[in-house]
Design a protein around this ligand. Structure first.
Ligand SMILES: Cc1cc2nc3c(=O)[nH]c(=O)nc-3n(C[C@H](O)[C@H](O)[C@H](O)COP(=O)(O)OP(=O)(O)OC[C@H]3O[C@@H](n4cnc5c(N)ncnc54)[C@H](O)[C@@H]3O)c2cc1C
Length: 421
C-alpha cells in the first residue's frame, strides 16, 4: 500500500529542511518521529488538523552541505569538514525522513514515485530539489577535474584542490570560467578569481600571472551598483574579461581549454586557451527528474507563480530554491526569504484562506573581493538593491567579510535549518 503524508517535501537541502522546520514552528508539531497522523489520502485541500502536521522529507543523501562556504574552502581559509553534517542531524525532529530519491511525479493522483518503485501520496507537496550540475556537458572535464590544474569550488570533494592550484601557481596563466547557463550563486565563479588575484598580489607574483575570466554571460554582474566596484577589483588584479564564450572541452593533459563564441559578433568562433590553472563552474540546469515531469515549465524548472510560489497548475504544490522557476539569482539567501512565503501560503491554503504572502525576488550575493574584503550585494527581481545595512553596501568592507566567514555559517546551522529565518 502507498505511504501517505499530509505534506511531502522533495529535497532535504537548504530549502527543504528550512521549510520543514518553519512548518513545525508555525504550523504545529506532531511530536512523533515516525508515522502518520493526519493524512487522509483523499486529496482534500482543507483542514488544518488541530495544529499537528505530518511532514515527510524525501532525500537520498545522508549528508547535508553548507555550500556557500565552499568559496572560502577554495580560498584556503575554511575547513571543508565544517561545511558538512549528517542529514539525520539536520532533518527536524518530528519529520519523517524517506531516504530515497524521488523518481517521478503524478500530480493528478497527488503522488510521487520513489527510486525503489514505491509510491508516496500527499495532500500537499513542496518541491525543493536544487539545481543539477552538468559536469559531462564539458568534454574531458570529469576525467581531469582535481588534477592538471583543473579545479572547481562547485563540489565538496573538489573545492580544497582550488587552493592547491592557487597556492602552487607562481607564474603563468590562471583562467576562471563561468558557464552560459543559470548557476547557483552567480557570484561564485568570479569571487574565487578576486581571491586568487589577492593571494597572488600578497605573495608578490601577481605581475607574473595572467588572470583571465571566460564567461558565457554578457557582463560581470547584473546589478550596476555592485558591478562598478567589481570592475575596479578586476582592474586591480589586471584581469582580462571575455564574454559570450561557452566552454566546450578541457584537455587536461595538454592544459588547454576550448571555448566557442556564442555572441552575435563571435558566433561559432573557436579558441583554444592554454592554462596553468583553470577554475571551472559546471553548466547547470533543472534536475532531469523535474525536466521530464508534469510540474516543469518549458525550460525544465518547477513552474510556480513568482510571488506566491504556488504551482501554476497544481494548486497543492509549491516550490522554492534553485529548482524553482524564479527569475532571480539562485542563492541560499533567496531561500531564506522564499521559505516563509511558501509556509505562510501553504498554511493559508490548508485553512481555505487566500494566499497573501508574496516573494519579491530578494536574493543576496556576498561578493568576496579579497582576503578580508567583501561587497554584500542584495537585490530583487528588478535588480534593484534591497540593502539590509545603513551604509553603502557596494563598498568593500572587512565587517561584511566577517559576516560571511563567521556569522552566516553559524546562523545557518543554528538558525535557518531550525526554522529561524
Ligand atoms: C560554490 C558555491 C557558493 C555559493 N555561495 C553562496 C553564497 O555565498 N550565498 C548564498 O546564499 N548561496 C550560495 N550558494 C548557493 C546555495 O548553496 C544554494 O542556492 C542553496 O543551497 C539552494 O538550496 P536548495 O535547497 O534549492 O538546493 P540544495 O541545498 O542544493 O538541496 C537540494 C537537495 O535536493 C536533493 N535531491 C536532488 N535530487 C533529488 C531527488 N531526485 N529526490 C529527492 N531529493 C533530491 C539533494 O540531495 C539536495 O539535498 C553557493 C553555492 C555554491 C555551490
Amino acid at each position: 500500500m502507498a505511504k501517505h503524508h499530509q505534506i511531502v517535501i522533495v529535497g532535504g537541502g537548504t530549502a527543504g529542511v528550512t521549510v520543514a522546520a518553519l512548518l513545525l514552528r508555525r504550523g504545529g508539531k506532531n511530536g512523533r518521529k515516525n508515522g502518520r497522523l493526519n493524512g487522509n489520502g483523499n486529496g482534500h485541500l482543507n483542514g488544518h488538523h488541530n495544529g499537528h502536521l505530518d511532514i515527510a522529507i524525501v532525500e537520498p543523501s545522508d549528508k547535508h552541505y553548507y555550500q556557500p562556504a565552499w568559496t572560502l574552502v577554495g580560498a584556503g581559509v575554511y575547513d571543508a569538514q565544517k561545511t558538512v553534517r549528517p542529514e539525520a542531524k539536520v532533518i527536524p525532529e518530528g519529520v519523517v525522513w524517506i531516504k530515497e530519491r524521488c523518481a517521478s511525479f503524478q500530480p493528478e493522483q497527488n503522488q510521487i514515485t520513489l527510486g525503489n518503485g514505491e509510491t508516496v501520496t500527499y495532500d500537499y507537496l513542496v518541491v525543493a530539489p536544487g539545481i543539477q550540475l552538468d559536469w559531462d556537458k564539458v568534454k574531458g572535464l570529469r576525467e581531469t577535474l582535481g588534477k592538471n590544474g583543473v579545479c572547481s569550488n562547485y563540489s565538496f570533494e573538489t573545492a580544497p584542490y582550488t587552493f592547491e592550484c592557487i597556492k602552487n601557481l607562481k607564474k603563468g596563466k590562471a583562467i576562471f570560467h563561468s558557464p552560459h547557463t543559470p548557476v547557483k550563486c552567480g557570484g561564485a565563479p568570479h569571487k574565487i578569481m578576486y581571491i586568487a588575484a589577492d593571494y597572488f598580489r600578497k605573495h608578490g607574483v601577481l605581475d607574473d600571472i595572467d588572470i583571465q575570466y571566460w564567461s558565457g554571460g554578457t557582463r560581470l554582474f547584473a546589478v550596476e551598483k555592485y558591478e562598478k566596484t567589481l570592475l575596479k577589483v578586476v582592474e586591480r588584479g589586471h584581469i582580462k574579461l571575455n564574454f559570450h564564450q561557452k566552454l566546450e572541452e578541457i584537455d587536461g593533459e595538454r592544459k588547454r581549454a576550448r571555448f566557442v563564441g556564442i555572441g552575435e559578433h563571435n558566433k561559432g568562433v573557436e579558441t583554444w586557451v592554454e592554462f596553468d590553472m583553470i577554475h571551472v563552474t559546471p553548466p547547470q540546469s533543472a534536475p532531469d527528474f523535474i525536466k521530464s515531469s508534469p510540474l516543469a515549465n518549458s525550460a525544465g524548472w518547477v513552474d510556480v507563480h513568482i510571488n506566491t510560489l504556488q504551482h501554476n497548475k497544481y494548486k497543492n504544490v509549491f516550490s522554492l530554491g534553485d529548482g524553482a522557476a524564479l527569475p532571480t539569482s539562485k542563492t541560499g539567501a533567496a531561500v531564506r526569504k522564499q521559505a516563509p512565503v511558501v509556509v505562510e501560503n501553504l498554511l493559508s491554503l490548508m485553512r481555505g484562506e487566500p494566499l497573501t504572502a508574496s516573494y519579491n525576488g530578494y536574493t543576496s550575493c556576498p561578493l568576496v573581493t579579497g582576503y578580508g574584503k567583501l561587497v554584500l550585494a542584495e537585490f530583487d527581481y528588478s535588480n534593484q538593491p534591497r540593502e539590509t545595512f545603513p551604509f553603502d553596501q557596494s563598498k568593500e568592507r572587512f565587517d561584511m567579510y566577517v559576516l560571511k566567514k563567521e556569522l552566516l555559517p553559524r546562523f545557518y546551522w543554528r538558525g535557518m535549518v531550525k526554522g529561524i529565518v
